[in-house]
Every structure is written in structure tokens, then in C-alpha cells.
Design a protein around this ligand. Structure first.
Ligand code: UD1
Ligand code: UDP
Length: 380
């Protein structure tokens, strides 16, 4: 059988999780041959290789090795290098994920070569153009021929921008991922059995899980300082797997270096390297609450029914805000402390629920299969 080549472009941590779900399903479509291109945007073992290993992703056929650069340079280098790959491989289509510079460059490069683009996680909007992610996703959506939306909200967002053709509400591949990888496939044991709590001496439901990495929070030293001060208000065990972006920024000024030292010496707080995906799911599932600015982590909190406090002014994932489950506090101390004081109430409400509310809103865990079926039908 003649196989149709399609190219998947990924490069940053959350894209490895999303692509792992779709790649599994594409292998079931015999007429498709997937060519994996890693842009090299993320490259540390904990930010890249560990995901390939843990999620069973094939080694990429191409690694563009662009590394860390300013936005323009990084995007341009991906464009130039990817163009050579696409010209050589002549794929029937290119799949891009989410909203990183790798997404933008992948969509733009394929679009200019008249190769159809499928955008997974299309239609998300924060309506805040100061976020690099917002620019990336708006451009990718307007180039894409096939737009795989995770929610009905995303479909409506596209409609407001006049995009209606090629739009499919397939559900969220990150829900698929949490359901697939959240279980130990061999034993069907619940994922919190993987030992990460013991390793860090954490008691189930007895600690906060923290992540901070978004440019809007880290690039302004005053805001970053204010955010980190909030963490000193917790007075409870907490674990903070630190994104390398933040690690490096904290070394850059005397004030931030001092803050870093204070965090490191704070009795209840463990600042650790980024953890693997399975470890992260276990930490999320068992946390008392999650404090984050990550898009993916807000959703996982919702899927796993762990209350979330989001260190941003707005969110693309508005479904998670229902009933105060995800509290948007920005860098505001009063709002932060109020959100903490409400956690017990939220937990009590969740305990009375049988099935997590989010599953239906996010496609029920079948997004990957739907995407693969549609691509096999459309790209021939
Ligand atoms: C990128 C995405 C962001 C996404 C995040 C996921 C863009 C514009 N941003 O942000 O939307 O939420 O990935 O994690 O694409 N670094 C390392 N090692 C690595 C990777 C990065 O040390 O393996 C450090 C470098 O100092 C680098 C900095 O982190 O300059 C930022 O990396 P970059 O990929 O530019 O942006 P992220 O903040 O990771
Ligand atoms: N993640 C992880 N280890 C960590 C932090 C995050 O495996 O130390 C996972 C997390 O579970 C989610 C994804 O990375 O699946 C989210 O990526 P990130 O927060 O970097 O980016 P965003 O979703 O904000 O774009």
C-alpha cells in the first residue's frame, strides 16, 4: 500500500504530550506515514527526551536543533530549516500543536509552501495580544486548513474571527493523555502509585504544587518578585518543579538571586528540577491545590479534580473557572489569600461528585482517535 507522508512539527514540552496521543492513533491508520520533526526549541533532558521515553514517542526523524533564541531569530531559524525538510519530504499535510514559536513557524512554513496545515488546539484565545502565545495561535489558526478545537468555546472564538471552514470540535488531546498515561497500562493501577510522593516526602492532599514560567510573569522582575513573595505566604508543604526559564532569570539580578535563596531556604518549599509527565500527573492528582500560570497544568488540575489557583489575569480555558474551581488571582496578594482560604470548601464540594465534570466539555478522551480519522479521510 502506498503510504501518505505527513509531517508533525513539535518542539516544546506540552507539544510532546499532545503529539504522543495523536501519533499513537496515526499508527492505526495504515495509509499514513508520520514524519516527526523536533525543532529543538526545548532540549534539556527533563524538558524533552524524558517525554519521548515515557510516552513512547518515536525518535524524531529530524531535529532542527534551534535551541534558545530571541523570538524572531528562533522562529526564523525553524522556518529556514523546516523549509528544507518539507521540500524534501513533500508531505500531504503538516500538523502543528498549541501556541509556541514552533507552532507559528511550522504553520507559516507549510502555508507558504502550499502544504495543508492542521492545527491541534485551535481556537484558544486569551484576547491578550501581549502574550507571545496569543500571536502564535492567532496566526496559526488563520493559516490552518483544518482546525481541531478542544472545546465549543474554541469553535465560537474562531467564528468571531470569521473562521468556519475546516473546523472540528474533536475534544482535548490533553484529556486523552491524562486518561491514557494516568494509568499504569500493565496493572491498571492508579497513577499515584509511581513513587514520586515518597521520593519528595509528600503526603497525599497535604502539599501545594507550583509551576511558573509564562513570559508575562517572568519577564518583568517586579511582577516576578511579587509572585514569588506570594509563595512565602503558603506556610504549608509545597513542591515547585522549576522551568529552566525561571531558573535562569532568578540568577540575573541581585534582588532575584536573594529571592531565590529565600525560596531555597524556606522550610516547607522544595524547589526541584522539572519532573517527568507521569510524575507531574501524580503530583497534580495528589496535591491539596495547584498554583500555576501554565495552560496545560490548569486543565490537568480540572481533569484530575484538584483545585487550581492561576497566577494570571485571564485564561483561555474558561470552562475551568466554573464554581471557583480555578481562581484567577494574577499577582494580587489579597485574591491569592482569599483563594487559599476557599480551598477546603471546594474540596468538600468535589468530594460529593461522582464523575469529573470536565470530561464531557473536553471531548471525553477521544480527541486523538477523531483527529487521526479525519486526517486519514482528508489527506490522501
Ligand atoms: C515556551 C512557549 C510557551 C510554552 C512553554 C512550555 C514560546 C514563545 N513559548 O516557553 O508558550 O508555555 O514553552 O514550556 O514558544 N530553556 C532551557 N532549556 C530548555 C528549554 C528552555 O534552559 O530545554 C531556557 C532557556 O534559557 C530559554 C528559556 O528557557 O531561553 C525559554 O525557553 P523558550 O522555549 O524560548 O520559551 P519557554 O518559556 O520555554
Ligand atoms: N509538565 C511536566 N513536568 C513539569 C511541568 C509540567 O511534565 O515539571 C507537563 C504538564 O503536566 C503538562 C505540560 O507539561 O502536560 C504543560 O506544559 P507547560 O506548563 O510547560 O506549558 P503550557 O501548557 O503552559 O504551554
Amino acid at each position: 500500500m502506498r503510504q501518505i507522508p505527513i509531517v508533525t512539527v513539535i518542539g516544546a514540552r506540552p507539544q510532546f504530550v499532545k503529539a504522543a496521543v495523536v501519533s499513537r492513533e496515526l499508527t492505526r491508520q495504515e495509509q499514513i506515514r508520520e514524519i516527526l520533526v523536533h525543532t529543538g526549541q526545548h532540549y534539556d533532558y527533563e524538558m524533552s527526551a524524558v517525554f519521548f521515553k515515557e510516552l513512547g514517542l518515536r525518535a524524531p526523524q529530524y531535529n532542527l536543533e534551534v535551541g534558545s533564541k530571541p523570538h524572531g531569530e528562533q522562529t526564523a531559524e525553524i522556518l529556514a530549516k523546516l523549509e528544507r525538510v518539507l521540500v524534501k519530504e513533500k508531505p500531504a499535510g503538516v500538523i502543528v500543536y498549541g501556541d509556541t514559536n514552533s507552532t507559528l513557524a511550522g504553520a507559516l512554513c507549510a502555508g507558504k509552501l502550499h502544504i495543508p496545515v492542521a492545527h491541534v488546539e485551535a481556537g484558544l484565545r486569551s484576547w491578550n495580544r501581549r502574550m507571545p502565545e496569543e500571536i502564535n495561535r492567532v496566526v496559526a489558526d488563520h493559516i490552518a486548513d483544518i482546525l481541531f478545537c478542544p472545546t465549543a468555546t474554541a469553535v465560537r472564538n474562531l467564528e468571531t474571527e470569521g473562521i468556519q471552514r475546516g473546523v472540528f470540535n474533536v475534544g482535548d488531546v490533553m484529556l486523552d493523555a491524562a486518561l491514557i498515561f494516568g494509568k499504569d497500562g500493565a496493572t491498571k493501577k492508579a497513577f499515584f502509585a509511581n513513587g514520586v510522593l515518597q521520593r519528595y516526602g509528600l503526603a497525599a492532599k497535604g502539599y501545594f504544587l507550583i509551576t511558573i514560567h509564562r513570559a508575562e510573569n517572568t519577564d518583568d522582575p517586579d511582577r516576578l518578585h511579587r509572585l514569588l513573595e506570594l509563595l512565602l505566604e503558603l506556610h504549608a508543604p509545597a513542591i515547585f518543579p522549576m522551568h529552566p526559564r525561571l531558573g535562569k532569570l532568578l540568577a540575573m539580578s541581585r534582588r532575584l538571586r536573594k529571592m531565590r535563596l529565600q525560596l531555597q531556604n524556606w522550610p516547607d518549599l522544595q524547589v526541584v528540577q522539572p519532573v517527568s509527565y507521569l510524575e507531574m500527573l501524580a503530583l497534580e492528582k495528589n496535591a491539596r491545590a495547584i498554583i500555576t500560570d501554565s495552560g496545560g497544568v490548569q486543565k490537568e488540575a480540572f481533569f484530575l479534580q484538584t483545585p487550581c489557583i492561576t497566577l494570571r489575569q485571564e485564561t483561555e480555558w474558561i470552562e475551568t473557572l466554573a464554581d471557583g474551581f480555578n481562581a484567577l488571582v494574577g499577582a494580587d496578594k489579597k485574591k491569592f489569600l482569599r483563594a487559599i482560604s476557599r480551598l477546603d470548601k471546594i474540596r468538600a464540594r468535589l468530594a460529593g461528585q461522582k464523575k469529573p465534570e470536565g470530561f464531557a466539555l473536553f471531548g471525553g478522551g477521544k480527541a486523538g482517535a477523531r483527529i487521526a480519522r479525519i486526517l486519514a479521510r482528508v489527506w490522501r
